[in-house]
Design a binder for this molecule. Structure first.
Ligand code: KIV
Ligand code: ZN
Length: 511
C-alpha cells in the first residue's frame, strides 16, 4: 500500500507521557488532543487504557472530544488490555487499537518468558480480539530493532493474515542508524506475505540522536506512517519529533515523494502547548520550534535575508506558525471576546465559575501587560486548571532584594485550605521563596531542574518557570507563569508539590 500520503501518528499523550515528570491529567490530555486535531494529525495515541483507571478515563475523554483524527489506545497482546482499549475508544468517531508484543530474543526470554511460537500465537489472538472492537488494528513488534528479521517476517505475515491493517516497526531502544533502519523496512516490505495490504509504520527513539533520521530513512524505503511526538518528547532521550519529520518531508518533497495532511501553521502553537503542560521547555536551537530556529545572528546572514529571504531560509517562519504570536486581546476586551478566543483555541472552561476565574486572571494580567497573546491565554487557563482543586495554593507574596544584601521572601499560601505565612532568606529571590515555602510544606523533595523561559517576546513577557522535583524515586514537573518570574517560580514550585501529593500513575510499559 505505497501511496504518496504519509500518515502522521502522534504519541505525545502515550509515549511522550513516559518522560520523567510529564504525566498529564485527563483535562490536560483533552486540551492537547484538541490541539493535535487542529494540527490535523491522522492518529492520536491517547494513552494506555489498561494501565490504570485514570489512563482509561483519559483515553475515553479524548475519544469523546476528538472528531476528525482517529483515536487510538495502546494495549499489550492480552485479552484484558484489549478489552480496556476497546471500551475506552468506543465513543470515538474513528478508532484504532494498537496492540504490541516484544519479538527480540532478549525481550522474549528475559521479560515475557515466552518462546517464539507462543509470541506468534499471542500476536494473532490479540489482533483477532482487537478486530472485534474496530476494523482499524495496528500491530507492533516491540524491540524490532534487535529482533531476528526472519522471525519478524513470520510474525508480521501471520498478523496481516489475521487482519491487522497497520504494521509498526519500532526501534524501541534507539539503537539503529539510518541506512540500516531503511534497509530493514525495505526487506520487511519485500519479504512479508501480504505486505501490500497494510500500511507500514516506523517508531523510533532518540537514544543516539537519530530518531528523525531513522524515521525518514524508513519513509524513503516504503513506510507510510511515522510515529512521533511534539517536541520529540518521550521516554529517555525521546521519540522522533513530529515537527522535524513533517517539515523535512514538506521541504524536501523532491526526496520523499509523499506528503502529510498536517496544517503546519499549527506546529508552533502545538509545541508551546505541550511544553507548557508538561513543563518540558524547548531548547532555543531546536529545529523548527526553537526560539532561534529562524533568528539570523550574523551580519552576513541578516543582510542576505533582508535582500532575499531564500538566501538563508529554507522554510518560512509563518508556515510553521510563528506568526501566531500576535496580539489577540487587551485590557479593554470583554468577557465575550475572552470566551470567544478561548473557544477558537479549543479551550472550554469546565464551568461558568472556571470561566469567571480565568477572566479575572486575564484582567489582572492585562493591567500589567499591554499586549495579550494566545500563549498568555493558554498559560492563564493552564494555571487555572492547576489551581482549581489543589492542596497547595499561592495567596500572596512579596520579596525585598538589594545589591549586596541577602534577599528575603515572604509568602502566604494555603495547605488544604489553611493559610500559612512564611519568611526566609536565600541566595536570590527564587531561592528565598522556595526555602520559605519549604518551611511549612516540608516536602524534602530534591530540585532537579529550574528553568525560566519567556512565553512571548519582549521584556513585558510572562516568564514561564519549570521546577522538576524528585521524591522517593518519583519525578514531577511543576509549571507556573507570571510577568514576575519570582511569582512564576512560587507557582511552579507549588504546582510541583501538588503533583507530588497526588497518587503516582502506573508506568504503562511495565507488564
Ligand atoms: O518503543 C516502543 O517499542 C513502543 C511500542 C509500544 C510501540 O512504544
Ligand atoms: Zn516507544
Amino acid at each position: 500500500m505505497n501511496s504518496d500520503r504519509l500518515v502522521v501518528f502522534d504519541t505525545t499523550l502515550r509515549d511522550g507521557e513516559q518522560s520523567p515528570g510529564a504525566s498529564m491529567t485527563k483535562d490536560e490530555k483533552v486540551r492537547i488532543a484538541k490541539q493535535l486535531e487542529r494540527l490535523r494529525v491522522d492518529v492520536i495515541e491517547a494513552g494506555f487504557a489498561a494501565a490504570s483507571p485514570g489512563d482509561f478515563e483519559a483515553v475515553r475523554a479524548v475519544a469523546e472530544s476528538v472528531k476528525d483524527s482517529t483515536v487510538c489506545s495502546l494495549a499489550r497482546a492480552t485479552t484484558n488490555d484489549i478489552d480496556a482499549a476497546g471500551k475506552a475508544i468506543a465513543p470515538a468517531a474513528r478508532k484504532r487499537i494498537h496492540t504490541f508484543i516484544a519479538t527480540s530474543p532478549i525481550h522474549m526470554e528475559k521479560k515475557l518468558r515466552m518462546n517464539p511460537d507462543q509470541v506468534v500465537e499471542a500476536a494473532i489472538a490479540a489482533v483477532r480480539h482487537a478486530l472485534t472492537f474496530t476494523p482499524d488494528v495496528e500491530f507492533s513488534a516491540e524491540d524490532a530493532v534487535r529482533s531476528d528479521i526472519d522471525f519478524l517476517v513470520r510474525v508480521f505475515g501471520e498478523v496481516i493474515k489475521a487482519g491487522a491493517t497497520t504494521i509498526n516497526v519500532p526501534d524501541t531502544v534507539g539503537y539503529s542508524v539510518p541506512g540500516q533502519w531503511g534497509d530493514r523496512m525495505r526487506q520487511l516490505i519485500e519479504r512479508t506475505p501480504g505486505a501490500d495490504k497494510v500500511v507500514w509504520s516506523t517508531h523510533c527513539h532518540n537514544d543516539l540522536g537519530m530518531a528523525v533520521a531513522n524515521s525518514l530513512s524508513a519513509v524513503l524505503n516504503g513506510a507510510r506512517q511515522v510515529e512521533c511526538t511534539i517536541n520529540g518528547l518521550g521516554e529517555r532521550a525521546g521519540n522522533a519529533s513530529l515537527e522535524e519529520i513533517v517539515m523535512a518531508v514538506k521541504t524536501r518533497r523532491d526526496v520523499f515523494a509523499c506528503d502529510s495532511n498536517i496544517d503546519t501553521s499549527q506546529i508552533v502553537p502545538s509545541s508551546r502547548l505541550v511544553s507548557q503542560i508538561t513543563g518540558y521547555p524547548v531548547q532555543p536551537n531546536k529545529a523548527v520550534v526553537g526560539a532561534n530556529a529562524f533568528a539570523h545572528e550574523s551580519g552576513i546572514h541578516q543582510d542576505g535575508v533582508l535582500k532575499h529571504r531564500e538566501t538563508y531560509e529554507i522554510m518560512r517562519a509563518e508556515d510553521v506558525g510563528w506568526s501566531a504570536n500576535r496580539i489577540v486581546l487587551g485590557k479593554l476586551s470583554g468577557r465575550n471576546a475572552f470566551r470567544q478566543r478561548l473557544e477558537e483555541l479549543g479551550i472550554a472552561p469546565s464551568s461558568e465559575q472556571a470561566l469567571n476565574e480565568a477572566f479575572s486572571r486575564f484582567k489582572e494580567l492585562a493591567d500589567r501587560k499591554s499586549e495579550i497573546f494566545d500563549e498568555d491565554l493558554q498559560a492563564i487557563v493552564a494555571g487555572d486548571a492547576a489551581v482549581s482543586s489543589e492542596r497547595y495554593k499561592l495567596v500572596s507574596m512579596s520579596q525585598s532584594s538589594e545589591m549586596g544584601e541577602k534577599p528575603v521572601s515572604r509568602v502566604v499560601f494555603s495547605i488544604a485550605g489553611e493559610e500559612v505565612r512564611v519568611e526566609s532568606e536565600g541566595n536570590g529571590p527564587v531561592d528565598a521563596t522556595v526555602k520559605a515555602i519549604e518551611k511549612e510544606a516540608k516536602s524534602g523533595a530534591e530540585l532537579l531542574l529550574f528553568s525560566v523561559n519567556a512565553i512571548t517576546t519582549g521584556t513585558e513577557s510572562q516568564g514561564e518557570v519549570t521546577m522538576r522535583l524528585q521524591k522517593a524515586g518519583r519525578v514531577v514537573n511543576g509549571v507556573g507563569a507570571d510577568p514576575d518570574i519570582v511569582v512564576a517560580s512560587a507557582l511552579a514550585y507549588l504546582n510541583a508539590l501538588n503533583r507530588l501529593s497526588t497518587a503516582p500513575k502506573a508506568n504503562p510499559q511495565q507488564p
